[in-house]
Design a protein around this ligand. Sequence first.
Ligand SMILES: *[C@@H]1O[C@H](CO)[C@@H](O)[C@H](O)[C@H]1NC(C)=O
Ligand SMILES: *[C@@H]1O[C@H](CO)[C@@H](O)[C@H](O)[C@H]1NC(C)=O
Ligand SMILES: *[C@@H]1O[C@H](CO)[C@@H](O)[C@H](O)[C@H]1NC(C)=O
Ligand SMILES: *[C@@H]1O[C@H](CO)[C@@H](O)[C@H](O)[C@H]1NC(C)=O
Ligand SMILES: *[C@@H]1O[C@H](CO)[C@@H](O)[C@H](O)[C@H]1NC(C)=O
Length: 347
Amino acid sequence: MPRASTLPRLPWSLPSVKVLITTGLFITMFWNLKYVINLSDVFSKAPKHTKPLMILVWEWPAKQAPDISTDICRDLYNITDCWLTMDHGLLSQADVVVFHHDVLQQSRDKLPKEKPPGQNWLWVSLESPTNTKALAGWNETFNWVMTYRQDSDIFIPYGKLVPNWSATVNIPRKTRLVSWVISNYRRTQKRAEVYKNLSRYLHVDIYGKANNKPLCKDCLLPTTSKSKFYLAFENSIHRDYITEKFWRNSLMAGTVPVVLGPPRANYEQFVPADSFIHVNDFESLAELANFLKTVNSSRYRQFFSWQKRYSVKLYADWRERICTICTKYPSLPQGRVYPNLESWFKA
Ligand SMILES: *[C@@H]1O[C@H](CO)[C@@H](O)[C@H](O)[C@H]1NC(C)=O
Ligand SMILES: *[C@@H]1O[C@H](CO)[C@@H](O)[C@H](O)[C@H]1NC(C)=O
Ligand SMILES: *[C@@H]1O[C@H](CO)[C@@H](O)[C@H](O)[C@H]1NC(C)=O
Ligand SMILES: *[C@@H]1O[C@H](CO)[C@@H](O)[C@H](O)[C@H]1NC(C)=O
Ligand SMILES: *[C@@H]1O[C@H](CO)[C@@H](O)[C@H](O)[C@H]1NC(C)=O
């Protein structure tokens, strides 16, 4: 390779030639840039689908079906071209039909006999596999799944942290040590056993139906917020199964969650490592109890560091979850079915 100094020098050393070439380059560059900008502008303005999507919700997942006769996805969540209906008569026109797991548990006859071509059926559940019955026999029925599991086609967590530049640390005043809200206490559950052992070392304030101290909807957070720690014990232990016990009763309330659930690493996929205590962080429940009783205030405050950067967003409204289907729709795989729903979910 010739070195730079051996290249013919004359034309390049002429200032006018340099200026000419550089100017030419710049003009070409800007011309191309302009072209690129214009094109991307055109693309982003183009509608993603030509007609609104029709989402048929076969049965509303919660007891009270809300009024969905207006354009609620646009009005509530700014999601356009997303039409929700519960009218079974529109089956042949629907792009997606949503089946909450409750429907499957009732009877096979509750489902339509045939699936119109091009239509996608979506299986929806927020329960864990332990509490999901009658999942067998749904081979090659559903195209997509929407659950709390991250590997779902549509992932619907119970909550998440959202960045918040104006967030400030706010620790409610503490008058109690540990609280727990429990409506279904079953001795055989892991959480009941852990509670029982832990309560040998410290006092736990228990609320909820199981203890004849039910809390009204608006009393829950003010109550749990008074204690330094909250037992965010899941009813069963499964990957990604992190529920409102963690997001709402603890983080949202401003109390530190002591979690019993999937491994610590799984929680750390969703929240900072120093925002919670895992039951398995300790060799024994005696050690856990000792930590809870003796933690000093600077260490305690550290559990709230996440509040400097994030806020908790809860997902509690089925309307929001269902409207999300339209947002995800363009990126979901077409023409695929789950060969065996049970083996996917129980894996
Ligand atoms: C609604 O969405 C549109 C397009 O995505 C966006 O330009 C607009 O700012 C959003 N409005 C609100 C209130 O978020
Ligand atoms: C569902 O598929 C699995 C394997 O993919 C098979 O073992 C099972 O028998 C099938 N069940 C039904 C009801 O067809
Ligand atoms: C961000 O934090 C501020 C201060 O705590 C709060 O008032 C506001 O609601 C938060 N925003 C969101 C989107 O959560
Ligand atoms: C609870 O205590 C009993 C009796 O000491 C022990 O056998 C059991 O393993 C403990 N369970 C847990 C989850 O620590
Ligand atoms: C508070 O506890 C932490 C961890 O247990 C310890 O490292 C720190 O020195 C303690 N701070 C004070 C002021 O005692």
